[in-house]
Design a protein around this ligand. Sequence first.
Ligand SMILES: NC(=O)c1ccc[n+]([C@@H]2O[C@H](COP(=O)([O-])OP(=O)(O)OC[C@H]3O[C@@H](n4cnc5c(N)ncnc54)[C@H](OP(=O)(O)O)[C@@H]3O)[C@@H](O)[C@H]2O)c1
Length: 233
Amino acid sequence: MIGRDELFPAYALDDRATQRVRMNFVASADGSATAGGRSGTLGGETDRALMEVLRAMADAIVVGAGTVRTEGYGGVHPQDDDVAWRRAHGLSEAPRLVVVSRRLHLTAQDPVFAEATTRPIVVTCAAADTARREAIAEVADVLVCGQDAVDLVAMVAALADGGMPQLLCEGGPHLFGSLLEAGVVDELCLTISPRLVGGSAGRIIAGAAEEDRPIRLRSILHDDDFVFLRYAR
Ligand SMILES: NC(=O)c1ccc[n+]([C@@H]2O[C@H](COP(=O)([O-])OP(=O)(O)OC[C@H]3O[C@@H](n4cnc5c(N)ncnc54)[C@H](OP(=O)(O)O)[C@@H]3O)[C@@H](O)[C@H]2O)c1
Protein backbone atom coordinates (compact mmCIF):
# COMPACT_ATOMS: atom_id res chain seq x y z
CA MET A 1 0.00 0.00 0.00
CA ILE A 2 1.21 3.55 -0.80
CA GLY A 3 1.85 5.30 2.51
CA ARG A 4 0.66 8.70 3.63
CA ASP A 5 4.32 9.86 3.51
CA GLU A 6 4.18 9.39 -0.29
CA LEU A 7 0.64 10.72 -0.73
CA PHE A 8 1.16 14.06 1.07
CA PRO A 9 3.98 15.28 -1.24
CA ALA A 10 2.34 13.86 -4.38
CA TYR A 11 -0.83 15.87 -3.71
CA ALA A 12 0.75 18.94 -2.07
CA LEU A 13 -0.84 22.30 -2.88
CA ASP A 14 1.37 24.97 -4.44
CA ASP A 15 -0.28 27.91 -2.78
CA ARG A 16 -2.67 27.50 0.14
CA ALA A 17 -4.02 31.03 -0.12
CA THR A 18 -5.23 30.76 -3.73
CA GLN A 19 -8.83 29.72 -4.30
CA ARG A 20 -8.94 26.17 -5.65
CA VAL A 21 -11.52 23.45 -6.37
CA ARG A 22 -10.09 19.96 -6.38
CA MET A 23 -12.30 17.05 -7.43
CA ASN A 24 -11.78 13.53 -6.01
CA PHE A 25 -13.43 10.69 -7.92
CA VAL A 26 -13.10 6.97 -8.54
CA ALA A 27 -14.06 5.16 -11.74
CA SER A 28 -13.86 1.56 -12.90
CA ALA A 29 -11.45 0.69 -15.72
CA ASP A 30 -14.43 0.85 -18.12
CA GLY A 31 -15.43 4.33 -16.90
CA SER A 32 -18.29 3.59 -14.53
CA ALA A 33 -18.66 5.99 -11.57
CA THR A 34 -20.55 3.43 -9.51
CA ALA A 35 -20.95 -0.30 -9.00
CA GLY A 36 -24.25 -1.38 -7.51
CA GLY A 37 -25.33 2.27 -7.29
CA ARG A 38 -22.47 3.44 -5.06
CA SER A 39 -18.88 4.58 -5.54
CA GLY A 40 -17.54 3.08 -2.29
CA THR A 41 -17.72 -0.37 -3.88
CA LEU A 42 -15.05 0.72 -6.40
CA GLY A 43 -12.55 1.89 -3.79
CA GLY A 44 -9.65 0.21 -2.04
CA GLU A 45 -7.33 0.70 0.89
CA THR A 46 -5.00 3.28 -0.73
CA ASP A 47 -8.00 5.05 -2.24
CA ARG A 48 -9.41 5.51 1.26
CA ALA A 49 -6.01 6.70 2.55
CA LEU A 50 -5.85 9.19 -0.34
CA MET A 51 -9.32 10.48 0.53
CA GLU A 52 -8.13 11.14 4.11
CA VAL A 53 -4.99 12.93 2.85
CA LEU A 54 -7.01 15.13 0.45
CA ARG A 55 -9.47 15.90 3.24
CA ALA A 56 -6.59 16.80 5.56
CA MET A 57 -5.40 19.41 3.06
CA ALA A 58 -8.83 20.97 2.47
CA ASP A 59 -10.56 23.87 4.18
CA ALA A 60 -13.94 22.43 3.20
CA ILE A 61 -15.41 19.30 1.60
CA VAL A 62 -18.14 20.08 -0.93
CA VAL A 63 -20.75 17.46 -1.88
CA GLY A 64 -24.00 17.42 -3.80
CA ALA A 65 -27.18 16.49 -1.97
CA GLY A 66 -27.52 13.39 -4.18
CA THR A 67 -24.24 11.98 -2.90
CA VAL A 68 -25.09 12.87 0.69
CA ARG A 69 -28.29 10.84 0.32
CA THR A 70 -26.83 7.87 -1.61
CA GLU A 71 -23.55 7.48 0.23
CA GLY A 72 -25.09 8.26 3.64
CA TYR A 73 -22.62 11.03 4.52
CA GLY A 74 -22.05 11.43 8.26
CA GLY A 75 -19.67 13.64 10.19
CA VAL A 76 -16.06 14.33 9.20
CA HIS A 77 -13.74 12.71 11.76
CA PRO A 78 -10.07 13.21 10.88
CA GLN A 79 -7.63 10.76 12.45
CA ASP A 80 -5.16 12.05 15.06
CA ASP A 81 -2.20 12.43 12.68
CA ASP A 82 -4.35 14.43 10.24
CA VAL A 83 -5.47 16.72 13.06
CA ALA A 84 -1.78 17.15 13.98
CA TRP A 85 -0.88 17.83 10.32
CA ARG A 86 -3.67 20.42 10.05
CA ARG A 87 -2.65 22.16 13.26
CA ALA A 88 0.99 22.28 12.10
CA HIS A 89 -0.21 23.93 8.85
CA GLY A 90 -2.39 26.51 10.59
CA LEU A 91 -5.72 24.85 9.71
CA SER A 92 -8.76 24.11 11.87
CA GLU A 93 -9.02 20.58 13.32
CA ALA A 94 -11.37 19.36 10.60
CA PRO A 95 -12.57 20.63 7.23
CA ARG A 96 -16.14 21.99 7.13
CA LEU A 97 -18.67 19.92 5.20
CA VAL A 98 -20.56 21.89 2.54
CA VAL A 99 -23.73 20.43 0.99
CA VAL A 100 -25.09 21.88 -2.27
CA SER A 101 -28.86 21.59 -2.73
CA ARG A 102 -31.72 23.45 -4.38
CA ARG A 103 -34.61 21.26 -3.23
CA LEU A 104 -33.35 20.84 0.36
CA HIS A 105 -34.73 17.33 0.75
CA LEU A 106 -32.64 17.02 3.89
CA THR A 107 -33.72 16.73 7.52
CA ALA A 108 -32.08 17.58 10.84
CA GLN A 109 -32.02 13.84 11.62
CA ASP A 110 -29.84 12.99 8.62
CA PRO A 111 -26.40 11.68 9.72
CA VAL A 112 -24.76 14.56 7.84
CA PHE A 113 -26.19 16.87 10.54
CA ALA A 114 -26.83 14.51 13.46
CA GLU A 115 -23.25 13.16 13.44
CA ALA A 116 -21.53 16.44 12.55
CA THR A 117 -18.51 17.45 14.61
CA THR A 118 -18.51 20.97 13.18
CA ARG A 119 -21.62 22.73 11.92
CA PRO A 120 -22.10 21.92 8.21
CA ILE A 121 -22.82 24.59 5.60
CA VAL A 122 -25.76 24.09 3.25
CA VAL A 123 -25.53 26.14 0.05
CA THR A 124 -28.82 26.78 -1.68
CA CYS A 125 -30.50 29.39 -3.89
CA ALA A 126 -33.12 32.08 -3.31
CA ALA A 127 -35.85 29.97 -4.97
CA ALA A 128 -35.48 27.20 -2.36
CA ASP A 129 -38.47 26.45 -0.14
CA THR A 130 -38.48 28.89 2.83
CA ALA A 131 -39.79 26.41 5.43
CA ARG A 132 -37.12 23.86 4.46
CA ARG A 133 -34.47 26.56 4.62
CA GLU A 134 -35.56 27.55 8.13
CA ALA A 135 -35.55 23.91 9.29
CA ILE A 136 -32.03 23.36 7.93
CA ALA A 137 -30.83 26.60 9.56
CA GLU A 138 -31.40 24.90 12.95
CA VAL A 139 -28.57 22.44 12.23
CA ALA A 140 -26.39 24.12 9.59
CA ASP A 141 -25.22 27.50 8.36
CA VAL A 142 -27.28 28.29 5.26
CA LEU A 143 -25.56 30.18 2.45
CA VAL A 144 -27.75 31.51 -0.37
CA CYS A 145 -25.98 31.93 -3.72
CA GLY A 146 -27.97 32.53 -6.91
CA GLN A 147 -31.67 32.70 -7.76
CA ASP A 148 -33.02 29.49 -9.35
CA ALA A 149 -29.93 27.29 -8.92
CA VAL A 150 -26.82 27.63 -6.81
CA ASP A 151 -24.43 30.07 -8.48
CA LEU A 152 -21.28 27.98 -8.03
CA VAL A 153 -18.89 30.82 -8.91
CA ALA A 154 -20.49 32.88 -6.15
CA MET A 155 -20.36 29.88 -3.79
CA VAL A 156 -16.62 29.34 -4.33
CA ALA A 157 -15.97 33.06 -3.82
CA ALA A 158 -18.13 33.20 -0.68
CA LEU A 159 -16.38 30.19 0.85
CA ALA A 160 -12.97 31.73 0.06
CA ASP A 161 -14.11 34.99 1.69
CA GLY A 162 -15.16 32.94 4.72
CA GLY A 163 -11.60 31.59 5.10
CA MET A 164 -12.07 28.44 2.98
CA PRO A 165 -10.12 28.92 -0.27
CA GLN A 166 -9.13 25.26 -0.65
CA LEU A 167 -12.17 23.16 -1.57
CA LEU A 168 -12.25 19.40 -2.05
CA CYS A 169 -15.31 18.23 -3.97
CA GLU A 170 -16.19 14.57 -3.47
CA GLY A 171 -19.02 14.48 -5.97
CA GLY A 172 -21.22 13.51 -7.30
CA PRO A 173 -21.28 13.54 -11.10
CA HIS A 174 -24.03 16.18 -11.41
CA LEU A 175 -22.23 18.59 -9.10
CA PHE A 176 -19.00 17.89 -11.06
CA GLY A 177 -20.86 18.73 -14.30
CA SER A 178 -22.22 21.96 -12.80
CA LEU A 179 -18.83 23.04 -11.42
CA LEU A 180 -17.20 22.25 -14.76
CA GLU A 181 -19.72 24.36 -16.66
CA ALA A 182 -19.24 27.15 -14.11
CA GLY A 183 -15.52 27.05 -15.00
CA VAL A 184 -14.30 26.62 -11.41
CA VAL A 185 -12.69 23.15 -11.50
CA ASP A 186 -8.91 23.37 -11.03
CA GLU A 187 -7.90 19.80 -10.36
CA LEU A 188 -9.08 16.21 -10.73
CA CYS A 189 -7.76 13.41 -8.51
CA LEU A 190 -8.99 10.27 -10.23
CA THR A 191 -8.61 6.72 -8.97
CA ILE A 192 -8.96 4.02 -11.63
CA SER A 193 -10.33 0.91 -9.98
CA PRO A 194 -9.27 -2.47 -11.42
CA ARG A 195 -12.78 -3.58 -12.41
CA LEU A 196 -14.92 -3.89 -15.52
CA VAL A 197 -18.46 -3.05 -14.44
CA GLY A 198 -20.46 -2.80 -17.68
CA GLY A 199 -24.14 -1.99 -17.22
CA SER A 200 -25.53 1.49 -17.69
CA ALA A 201 -24.09 3.43 -14.74
CA GLY A 202 -23.00 6.97 -15.50
CA ARG A 203 -19.54 8.48 -15.72
CA ILE A 204 -17.89 10.84 -13.23
CA ILE A 205 -19.38 13.90 -14.99
CA ALA A 206 -23.10 14.26 -15.67
CA GLY A 207 -25.14 17.05 -17.18
CA ALA A 208 -22.29 19.09 -18.70
CA ALA A 209 -22.39 19.92 -22.42
CA GLU A 210 -19.94 17.99 -24.60
CA GLU A 211 -16.80 19.99 -25.22
CA ASP A 212 -13.09 19.21 -25.55
CA ARG A 213 -11.51 20.44 -22.31
CA PRO A 214 -7.80 19.53 -22.15
CA ILE A 215 -6.22 18.96 -18.73
CA ARG A 216 -2.62 18.25 -17.72
CA LEU A 217 -1.36 15.15 -15.95
CA ARG A 218 0.59 16.14 -12.81
CA SER A 219 1.29 12.76 -11.23
CA ILE A 220 0.65 9.01 -11.48
CA LEU A 221 0.89 6.51 -8.66
CA HIS A 222 -0.14 2.90 -8.79
CA ASP A 223 -0.63 0.30 -6.14
CA ASP A 224 -2.40 -3.04 -5.84
CA ASP A 225 -3.75 -2.74 -9.45
CA PHE A 226 -5.25 0.71 -8.72
CA VAL A 227 -3.99 3.82 -10.59
CA PHE A 228 -4.06 7.26 -8.98
CA LEU A 229 -4.02 10.17 -11.42
CA ARG A 230 -3.68 13.83 -10.55
CA TYR A 231 -4.73 16.22 -13.31
CA ALA A 232 -4.66 20.00 -13.24
CA ARG A 233 -6.28 22.55 -15.51
N1 LIG B 1 -17.33 7.74 -8.61
C1 LIG B 1 -17.26 8.65 -7.66
O1 LIG B 1 -16.15 9.04 -7.26
C2 LIG B 1 -18.52 9.21 -7.05
C3 LIG B 1 -18.42 10.30 -6.20
C4 LIG B 1 -19.60 10.78 -5.61
C5 LIG B 1 -20.81 10.19 -5.90
N2 LIG B 1 -20.86 9.13 -6.73
C6 LIG B 1 -22.15 8.49 -7.04
O2 LIG B 1 -22.94 9.38 -7.78
C7 LIG B 1 -24.33 9.18 -7.46
C8 LIG B 1 -24.97 10.49 -7.06
O3 LIG B 1 -24.61 11.45 -8.00
P1 LIG B 1 -25.56 12.61 -8.51
O4 LIG B 1 -24.87 13.18 -9.66
O5 LIG B 1 -26.94 12.11 -8.65
O6 LIG B 1 -25.58 13.55 -7.24
P2 LIG B 1 -24.75 14.81 -6.78
O7 LIG B 1 -23.99 15.47 -7.86
O8 LIG B 1 -24.05 14.47 -5.50
O9 LIG B 1 -25.94 15.71 -6.33
C9 LIG B 1 -26.81 16.28 -7.27
C10 LIG B 1 -27.62 17.27 -6.50
O10 LIG B 1 -26.79 18.33 -6.03
C11 LIG B 1 -27.51 19.52 -6.03
N3 LIG B 1 -26.90 20.42 -7.00
C12 LIG B 1 -25.87 20.18 -7.84
N4 LIG B 1 -25.59 21.31 -8.53
C13 LIG B 1 -26.45 22.25 -8.09
C14 LIG B 1 -26.65 23.61 -8.39
N5 LIG B 1 -25.89 24.28 -9.27
N6 LIG B 1 -27.67 24.26 -7.76
C15 LIG B 1 -28.43 23.65 -6.85
N7 LIG B 1 -28.27 22.36 -6.50
C16 LIG B 1 -27.29 21.68 -7.13
C17 LIG B 1 -28.94 19.16 -6.40
O11 LIG B 1 -29.53 18.82 -5.16
P3 LIG B 1 -31.10 18.80 -4.87
O12 LIG B 1 -31.63 17.67 -5.65
O13 LIG B 1 -31.20 18.58 -3.40
O14 LIG B 1 -31.63 20.13 -5.29
C18 LIG B 1 -28.71 17.94 -7.29
O15 LIG B 1 -29.84 17.12 -7.41
C19 LIG B 1 -24.37 8.16 -6.37
O16 LIG B 1 -24.65 6.91 -6.96
C20 LIG B 1 -22.98 8.17 -5.80
O17 LIG B 1 -22.64 6.93 -5.27
C21 LIG B 1 -19.76 8.64 -7.34
